[in-house]
Design a protein around this ligand. Structure first.
Ligand SMILES: [Zn+2]
Length: 492
């Protein structure tokens, strides 16, 4: 996003439009309030959260956070989720949800208790292994104490019954994210956090999992999320929509749209294609670009390797408070501010490789998502007759706003996670590598990256090591200057 008071990036019309119109960043500046970002509170000492008993290896992990350098209390330590099975019902008139989340996980330490993340919803019951467990809620932490302690390595199943009126996170540094409840439906989406606004979750990309989601809504409403569509059943004026995500997914990539939607389905190369467009949006200029999703994905596949996921498509929502588009896995969510430029589609599709399949280990490495997706957007623009990537690079190098040289794309800080520098200078970092190693080795690096870290997590340090290994070229000093130097690096 572009916070107020900071000049927009001065670039060619193409890249300016692309950056402003896209893409995991809002269409225009939004107010920045003084509120606390979700899960951004200081890390608690493990003992502070102990409801009873002790943690066998308390020093080894934090039960209340995964230790992300920017959001220490995001996610929870001590276990690894394999799958979420969510059954939720949404009452559109009351803007309220009731749900049961059944989570299968493996203990990665001996546990007498463990945490899940849940925002502004009330838990009424918890079982672990089918046996009632004690629980309490402290801010956004749900703390569960099973009847019997869990041994390291044990697989366990926890079921949480909950209800309430889902909320947005306070509009903080990145605008409003979370659960957007409206008079005629709802949208849940947001990066870096949104999932815990509608179900209990280990809310950090470091713990990816598969999902099965059943959403019950009043008949006549659509309920769309990620994954392969399953059966749809109607009973007593309510319809349940079933979805399954069989490939591990980061929690922020699970998005939800409930409302009146025009749903179009087809197949592409044997995989389901599903577009859902809010029925209030008619003849929107973005729709022809949206329908190019398979074509754009096929083009990107020639550059980055096989398309990673089970589905293609996209969801266009009519929710003015959602000022971003998001690379929701297998089915990106778009706000309706698109101009008709296919760049935003290319950007969110590129994230399917960079961000969704290969996910960050920590949010500090966000350039691995946004720099790469922006670079793909530039490649698509060149491919379709726009400025060449080289022209955009040269133009940006000479004329870009000073903020991209002062903000470090490799360590932008939690309050400027989506700074222009992360997008543009991140992309320029890749172009600097390309100029140094040549096209053939550069695209081999990208394909090796998506292959070796497919469906997993990776870090900037791992990228540097891989790029040097694949290219046979010393790149560390170059990449360090482009990612971490608080001034314009030498021209490559
Ligand atoms: Zn993005």
């Amino acid at each position: 996003m572009t916070p107020p008071g900071r000049a927009a990036v001065a670039l060619s019309a193409a890249i300016s439009a692309a950056l402003l119109a896209t893409a995991c960043s809002p269409a225009s500046p939004s107010p920045v309030g003084p509120s606390t970002p979700p899960s951004a509170a200081p890390t608690a000492a493990p003992s502070a959260a102990v409801p009873s008993g002790t943690v066998a290896s308390a020093a080894a992990f934090d039960p209340a956070g995964l230790g992300d350098p920017y959001y220490p209390r995001a996610g929870n330590g001590g276990y690894d989720v394999g799958s979420y099975d969510l059954a939720v019902a949404y009452d559109v008139a009351r803007e309220s949800i009731t749900g049961t989340a059944t989570i299968t996980a493996v203990a990665t330490a001996d546990l007498s208790f463990f945490h899940l993340d849940l925002h502004a919803l009330t838990v009424s019951g918890v079982t672990v292994g089918g046996t009632a467990a004690r629980f309490r809620q402290e801010d956004d932490e749900l703390i569960i104490t099973p009847r019997a302690a869990l041994a390291k390595g044990a697989t366990f199943r926890v079921a949480v019954r909950y209800a309430g009126r889902p909320e947005l996170y306070p509009a903080g540094d990145h605008g409003q994210k979370g659960f957007f409840a409206g008079p005629d439906g709802a949208v849940a989406a947001g990066e870096p956090f949104s999932a815990a606004t509608w179900f209990p979750v280990n809310d950090h990309p470091g713990d990816k999992a598969t999902y099965r989601v059943a959403i019950t809504v009043p008949t006549g409403y659509a309920a769309i999320t990620n994954g392969v569509p399953g059966i749809r059943s109607t009973r007593k004026g309510e319809t349940t929509w079933h979805w399954s995500v069989g490939v591990p997914m980061a929690s922020y990539l699970l998005s939800l749209a409930i409302g009146h939607y025009t749903v179009l389905t087809s197949t592409h190369r044997g995989k389901p294609v599903l577009y859902a467009v809010a029925s209030s949006i008619r003849d929107h200029p973005m729709l022809p670009a949206l329908r190019r999703t398979p074509e754009i994905a096929d083009y990107l596949e020639t550059l980055f390797g096989p398309y990673p996921f089970e589905t293609y498509g996209g969801v266009v929502v009519d929710e003015p408070r959602m000022r971003f588009s998001l690379e929701s896995q297998g089915r990106p969510f778009y706000n309706d501010s698109g101009s008709g430029d296919s760049g935003v589609i290319a950007h969110e599709l590129a994230h399917q490789w960079f961000g969704d399949s290969v996910s960050v280990r920590s949010w500090r490495d966000i350039w691995l998502n946004e720099g790469f997706a922006t670079y793909a957007q530039l490649l698509w623009a060149e491919h379709t007759g726009g400025d060449t990537v080289d022209e955009v690079f040269n133009n940006a190098y000479e004329t870009a706003d000073g903020s991209i040289w002062s903000v470090l794309p490799g360590d932008p800080g939690p309050t400027t996670l989506f700074a222009d520098s992360v997008y543009l200078r991140g992309a320029m970092t890749l172009h600097a590598i390309r100029r140094t190693v040549g096209d053939e080795k550069f695209f081999r690096i990208l394909k090796a990256w998506t292959l070796e870290h497919r469906f997993a997590n990776a870090s900037t340090a791992e990228f540097v090591a891989l790029a040097e290994r694949v290219s046979g070229t010393a790149l560390r000093a170059l990449i360090n200057a482009w990612l971490y130097q608080p001034s314009r690096p030498a021209a490559p």
